[in-house]
Design a protein around this ligand. Structure first.
Ligand SMILES: Cc1cc2nc3c(=O)[nH]c(=O)nc-3n(C[C@H](O)[C@H](O)[C@H](O)COP(=O)(O)OP(=O)(O)OC[C@H]3O[C@@H](n4cnc5c(N)ncnc54)[C@H](O)[C@@H]3O)c2cc1C
Length: 374
């Protein structure tokens, strides 16, 4: 039996980042079902940092994560955690009204957002069709994240602080006795007074193992493809393009282009694979908006984005199960918000309070707590 202070279930971005932040306060063990950490949502994202994405709470968490990505702790990573990737949000003539509303909201978190007309949008992204794009906004502060460097940095940092990651360790039973949780896993038995439920799409399943009420998590499948850009054109400096109603997006990725139909199909948690129809929709939408033609798909995949009813993450101690901490419902924002969510989790676990900077932004523990959903 292995004893520790904090047991973290799931070694995706949520579990890895929370474990890193908790490691200063005690011995942390992360339990991961798969052979390799990051196999599920974390390894399948579009890797963007957009402070204009999601609801106001998510935008606050994203802005509060900026300084970590810009200036990580010493030794965290040998390479930068992010790089500029300006983002054009485009609208057809019939979407102008939505764009106006979106820009008003977006400026609360990114005051520098520019409004541009169709011609300027096409100057910034020459393949956009003139008869498609009527107006756009440009976010020069958007960034592309190096998910591998961030996730690897958290895991290495955790180990450097004395923590441990156990892979091939699926938690199969959870019980509480005399102030201690016992986790039975495929790699042995582990105990700790605090368990952090960071199992991504499986967080409600982990709660059921502990006989704790679920929070109503819904996993939604999202598809992505990569394909070659036009012959002899360097696409690497192109901005990201996203439709204002989020019907599709595309951006450069390793010399190719990455696109998604922005699908959000509710599915039971599993190792999801892309559906041909969603791949076809991605191609159709990109080709309708641009002069690009997708001749061959280089790579396609799907991943899960998990949401609760109010689309806001669940960060807090379960009100009914002492010592069971939720870190769930990261939706499509779990990479860009990981630094602030991890600090929020560590603050709530060790001091029962949010870190000062999150408090100053007006974030309240009650808005993140699982109890709001029950
Ligand atoms: C196509 C796509 C595009 C996205 N784009 C972005 C983006 O641009 N920017 C952004 O910030 N976010 C984006 N996201 C969202 C982001 O990927 C997720 O929010 C984030 O990865 C969630 O991390 P996680 O650690 O909660 O989940 P996961 O990475 O899924 O990790 C959960 C882990 O828990 C483990 N686990 C589950 N049950 C058990 C158990 N019983 N025992 C042990 N281990 C268990 C799983 O094996 C898994 O490794 C995107 C997602 C998708 C799918």
């Amino acid at each position: 039996m292995t004893k520790c202070d904090f047991l973290v279930i799931g070694a995706g971005m949520a579990g890895a980042s929370a474990a890193f932040e908790l490691a200063g306060a005690g011995r942390v063990v992360v339990l991961e079902r798969e052979e390799a950490p990051g196999y599920h949502s974390t390894g399948r994202s579009a890797a963007m940092f957009l402070a204009t994405y999601g609801n106001a709470i998510i935008r606050d968490l994203t802005v509060a994560s900026r300084s970590f990505f810009a200036d990580p702790p010493a030794g965290f990573s040998e390479s930068p955690l992010w790089a500029p990737r300006g983002t054009l949000t485009i609208a057809r003539a019939d979407q102008r009204h939505t764009l106006r509303e979106a820009v008003t909201q977006a400026r609360r978190h990114v005051p520098t957002i520019e409004e541009v007309d169709g011609a300027e949008a096409r100057r910034l992204m020459p393949v956009l069709r003139a008869d498609y794009v009527a107006a756009a906004t440009f976010d020069a502060e958007a960034r592309e994240l190096d998910v591998h460097a961030i996730h690897g940095g958290y895991l290495r940092g955790l180990m450097g602080r004395g923590g441990e990651v156990v892979t091939d360790a699926e938690v199969t039973a959870l019980s509480r006795n005399a102030g201690t949780w016992t986790a039975e896993t495929t790699a042995g038995v582990f105990t700790a007074p605090v368990v952090v439920n960071a199992a991504g799409a499986w967080c409600d399943e982990v709660a059921r193992l502990a006989n704790v009420a679920p929070v109503g998590l819904v996993a939604k499948r999202r598809t992505a493809i990569t394909f070659d850009g036009p012959d002899a054109v360097d696409v690497t400096k192109w901005p990201m393009v996203i439709d204002v109603d989020e019907e599709f997006y595309f951006r450069p990725e390793g010399g190719r282009l990455l696109a998604s139909p922005a699908d959000a199909t509710p599915v039971p948690p599993s190792d999801v694979q892309p559906e041909e129809l969603d791949v076809a929709v991605a191609v159709e939408r990109v080709e309708a908006a641009t002069e690009l033609s997708v001749r061959r798909i280089a790579h396609k995949w799907a991943g899960l984005r998990s949401f609760v009813a109010d689309d806001t993450p669940v960060i807090g101690m379960d009100e009914e199960a002492d010592g069971l901490f939720w870190l769930a419902g990261q939706g499509g924002y779990g990479i860009m918000t990981s630094p602030s969510m991890a600090r929020a989790a560590a603050g709530l676990i060790t001091e029962d309070t949010l870190p000062g900077d999150l408090d100053e932004r007006g974030l309240e523990a009650a808005d993140l707590a699982p109890g709001r959903l029950r």
